[in-house]
Design a protein around this ligand. Structure first.
Ligand code: AMP
Length: 278
């Protein structure tokens, strides 16, 4: 992969890159279409990265279907599908990690210690292997996008990071490979995530400035659904991810909820009246 990337660069062509953990859905495919339109060559990777999973998380049961993914990636315009094995990226004796201090101290970083260290490490490695000019990440994983942008800035990676809008099912559920785990009942419960984000957006647009009031409303809606356990609901600054004291600027509302045994995340920007849409 590194050799081919260098050949492409030497020929004066550009590379767009979409890293994924596979079990592709329309969210991933929208990133790929974006990348295809952006550069001469589109590289996508499929690698279920063990270092970003905690000991009690779903690494071993993470859904996989490489044959289906290969066909979908090809349809979306992927020129090179990079599917390294675990031993290729983490051979025996691997001991160098990339970690960040401030951004992982919020949101998912609190309930998933070590997760973002795994993410920054694998993305740094993949950038060195794929040598992309552009890399596209989904806003669905809002904190991940912020962490990657910061890593690229701090470590002077020569790559432009592009954020792409969250793709949803017609009923609002954000697409995720983990949706495959949801039973029919749990899928119904899961709709509350987007429903309460959309309600929060309306509350902010109608002039509600108190984040706690918005969060309480959302909490009640989630707790009213079967088999839901809230991990966090936060209203924070889109760059620092620190909680805001008032919704008096565009802010991001982010939440993580366990529905049955499946942990789902989602987020939405909230705009107070009169603020510019981003
Ligand atoms: P994953 O395979 O879940 O690690 O995701 C790979 C990339 O796809 C990440 O940049 C995600 O943010 C992005 N992604 C996942 N779900 C969605 C979605 N529903 N809409 C847009 N991008 C997504």
């Amino acid at each position: 992969m590194q050799y081919r990337a260098e050949q492409i660069r030497k020929s004066g062509k550009t590379i767009a890159f979409v890293p994924t953990m596979g079990y592709l859905h329309r969210g991933h495919l929208s990133l790929m279409v974006h990348g295809h339109n952006l550069a001469d060559h589109l590289v996508a990777s499929i690698f279920v990265n063990p270092t970003q999973f905690g000991p009690n998380e779903d690494l071993s049961r993470y859904p996989r279907d490489l044959i289906r993914d290969t066909a979908l990636a090809e349809e979306a315009g992927v020129d090179i599908l990079f599917t390294p094995g675990e031993k290729d990226l983490y051979p025996a004796g691997f001991e160098t990690y990339v970690s960040q201090t401030a951004l992982p101290e919020h949101l998912c970083g609190l309930s998933r210690p070590g997760h973002f260290r795994g993410v920054t490490t694998i993305v740094a490695k993949l950038f060195n292997i794929v040598k992309p000019h552009f890399a596209i990440f989904g806003e669905k994983d809002f904190q991940q996008l912020a962490v990657i942008r910061k890593m690229v800035k701090d470590l002077n990676f020569d790559v432009e990071i592009i954020g792409a809008a969250t793709i949803r099912e017609p009923d609002g559920l954000a697409m995720s490979s983990r949706n495959a785990f949801l039973s029919e009942t749990h899928r119904k419960s899961a709709l509350v995530l987007y429903r309460c984000l959309a309600d929060a957006k309306q509350m902010a647009a109608a002039g509600e400035k108190d984040p706690q009031k918005i969060i309480k409303t959302c909490e009640a809606a989630i707790n009213a659904e079967a088999d839901t356990v809230i991990d966090y609901i936060a209203i924070c600054h889109p760059d620092t991810l620190a909680d805001v004291a008032a919704v008096d600027q565009p802010v991001v509302m982010a939440l993580a909820v366990k529905v049955g045994s499946t942990r789902l995340i989602d987020n939405l920007m909230l705009f107070p009246p009169g603020s510019e849409t981003l």
